[in-house]
Design a protein around this ligand. Structure first.
Ligand SMILES: NC(=O)c1ccc[n+]([C@@H]2O[C@H](COP(=O)([O-])OP(=O)(O)OC[C@H]3O[C@@H](n4cnc5c(N)ncnc54)[C@H](OP(=O)(O)O)[C@@H]3O)[C@@H](O)[C@H]2O)c1
Length: 257
């Protein structure tokens, strides 16, 4: 089966493409670096020729409210129109657990629009809502640093390894469209500040990490469980500590630590 992975060069896309190929599929990584741009439409008609499935794991290059809205709206419209013309039978998109509860955030308002366009479109679809990636924790600390402290919402989350995200998205991509949403998450629930502290320690990053009840998440107010998936979520196998040990090993081998 020909499966086009939009955002195939990204964190999730670059793990997903080889997994699909291992299972005998013709997986094509598509992104601006390979001449496919979902915003301008460049290269879309060509890459979608003969494709049965499109998996959208792209992300906006800029996260200001207007830029991110313009990206997800234009990109999703272009993709769905080109998919209809090419006879694509399943559109799979990666979104975020709790997106519908996060409308205080410009980023999540754009994800809500992305999801709505897919749901109201003509292409059979499955939306996969994932929790935060372990790989995102360091970036979360950086964007939550006010110059003195890393201030994080006082709430729970259930993050997961990017590798498990890619495996779950791959299984959805080769299955039947659900015309609905599935949630995926990690096997453990943590307080956000606790886990970010544990992520920074082996990086010798000594910034103080605190839970601040007044801090917003990407501009949105969180309740205790806004980011936590429901009981039917499909859970990844990788726990945090083994992931941390493995990523420290990789970083040492690559000379980045
Ligand atoms: N971060 C988290 O914790 C988290 C949690 C749940 C869900 N998600 C969702 O996961 C998705 C993927 O995130 P990620 O971190 O894997 O993304 P990423 O590593 O930032 O990769 C983004 C990808 O999008 C591509 N892209 C950018 N502009 C494009 C365009 N105009 N046309 C086509 N492709 C374009 C990039 O291509 P180039 O390399 O060519 O620029 C790259 O392949 C996002 O939709 C995000 O909402 C994230």
């Amino acid at each position: 089966m020909k499966i086009v992975v939009i955002g195939g060069s990204g964190l999730i896309g670059s793990k997903l493409v080889p997994k699909l190929r291992e299972h005998g599929h013709e997986a094509v990584a598509a992104s601006p670096n390979s001449g496919v741009n979902t915003v301008t439409g460049e290269g879309l008609a060509e890459v979608l020729k003969g494709a049965s499935v499109v998996v959208d794991v792209s992300n906006a290059p800029a996260w200001e409210d207007a830029a991110v809205m313009s990206f997800f709206e234009t990109s999703t419209r272009n993709l769905l129109n080109h998919e209809a013309a090419a006879g694509v039978k399943h559109h799979v998109a990666l979104s975020v657990v709790g997106t519908d509860r996060l409308s205080g955030s410009g980023y999540f308002r754009a994800k809500i629009v992305q999801e709505k366009l897919i749901k109201n479109g003509t292409i059979p679809y499955t939306i996969v809502q994932a929790t935060q990636f372990f790989e995102f924790l360091k970036q979360l600390a950086d964007i939550s640093f006010d110059g003195k402290k890393v201030r994080l919402p006082d709430a729970l989350f259930q993050p997961m390894a990017a590798d498990d995200v890619a495996s779950a998205v791959g299984r959805v991509a080769v299955g039947q469209p659900l015309n609905g949403t599935v949630e995926i998450g990690g096997p453990e629930t943590f307080r956000i500040d606790e886990l970010v502290r544990r992520r920074l320690a082996p990086l010798n990053d000594s910034r103080e990490v605190i839970a601040d009840p007044n801090v917003l998440y990407s501009g949105a107010k969180l309740d205790e469980r806004t980011l936590v998936p429901g009981k039917d979520a499909r859970l990844g196998a990788t726990s945090f500590e083994p992931w941390l040990t493995q990523s420290a090993g990789k970083a040492t081998a690559a000379g980045t630590r």
